[in-house]
Design a protein around this ligand. Structure first.
Ligand SMILES: Nc1ncnc2c1ncn2[C@@H]1O[C@H](COP(=O)(O)OP(=O)(O)OP(=O)(O)O)[C@@H](O)[C@H]1O
Ligand SMILES: [Mg+2]
Length: 254
């Protein structure tokens, strides 16, 4: 007791939605072991848009997966609110992933046989719940798909598909949304529309979003940027602009 980790475990700053405490993730064993995360401690503030940046292989996706309860840490803790994910049963974790977390993958992961609207409400359908009509309206309005809601994913552009994926992540009104390079496959116009949507979700809908990106322009939409390198947090920037993020990347050669 009395270590830094213990202090952080028992005390959380007001407004923190999710946090990692001394999070370490090792893939494999012995000589082939890869340390993907090494003693990562960070807090994600609520109602804020946080970007995570870092070179390829620096552990960004691993961090997202572990914080979202999609993968387990080797040691350390991740919390959602006051819940330590490592203490939850499989059933509790499934419920947490379904009800309290939204995840947007780089590949859109939409179901091809469902319409855009059916894809958006899928998490509720799976949970046997009905959408809250006001919230669904707000999300669908924000996502700006208009008359394309009845179309199937194959009839939508990449940018539209990714906005459907983002609406699906928001439909359960999760405590936090993790988005792993959501603009990676989009041209700059479609990417800009998605980023504006995320910004709007944070400001108007009070959502909390964490986004992995390689793009300084995308990071410029966030309230703060966390920089990872070799599985460690190496820097933090508040109120980033694309220019400052680019300077930071040049300085560190990533
Ligand atoms: N399932 C796995 N098994 C073994 N090693 C893995 C696995 N997943 C990731 N790694 C390794 O862990 C390290 C971190 O990977 P991670 O995918 O988190 O990086 P990243 O920052 O998301 O990279 P990128 O920008 O390329 O997506 C890398 O060295 C990677 O090779
Ligand atoms: Mg990745």
């Amino acid at each position: 007791m009395g270590s830094n980790a213990t202090t952080l475990t028992t005390r959380r700053r007001a407004g923190t939605v999710a946090r990692a405490v001394d999070a370490t993730k090792v893939y494999g064993r012995g000589e082939t072991a890869v340390v993907a995360l090494e003693h990562v401690t960070l807090e994600i503030p609520g109602r804020r848009f946080t970007a995570v940046m870092g070179p390829s292989g620096s552990g960004k996706s691993t961090l997202m997966h572990c914080m979202a309860g999609l993968d387990e840490l080797t040691s350390g803790h991740v919390f959602l609110g006051d819940d330590d994910l490592s203490e939850l049963s499989d059933k509790e974790l499934t419920l947490l992933r379904r009800q309290r977390v939204g995840f947007v993958f780089q590949s859109f992961n939409l179901l091809p046989t469902l319409t855009a609207l059916e894809n958006v409400t899928l998490p509720l359908t799976l949970a046997g719940q009905k959408p809250d009509p006001e919230w669904l309206d707000a999300v669908v309005d924000t996502v700006g798909l208009g008359d394309r809601l009845s179309h199937r994913p194959s009839e939508l552009s990449g940018g539209q598909q990714q906005r459907v994926a983002m609406a699906r992540a928001l439909v359960t009104r999760p405590q936090i949304v993790f988005a792993d390079e959501p603009t990676g496959n989009l041209d700059s116009r479609a990417g800009g529309a998605l980023l504006s949507f995320m910004r709007h979700s944070v400001e108007e809908l009070g959502q909390t979003i964490v986004m992995v990106t390689h793009d300084p322009v995308a990071a410029g939409y966030a309230d703060a940027v966390v920089f990872l390198a070799d599985g460690r947090v190496v820097d933090h920037m508040v109120d980033p602009t694309a220019e400052r993020v680019l300077d930071r990347m040049k300085a560190f050669g990533d």
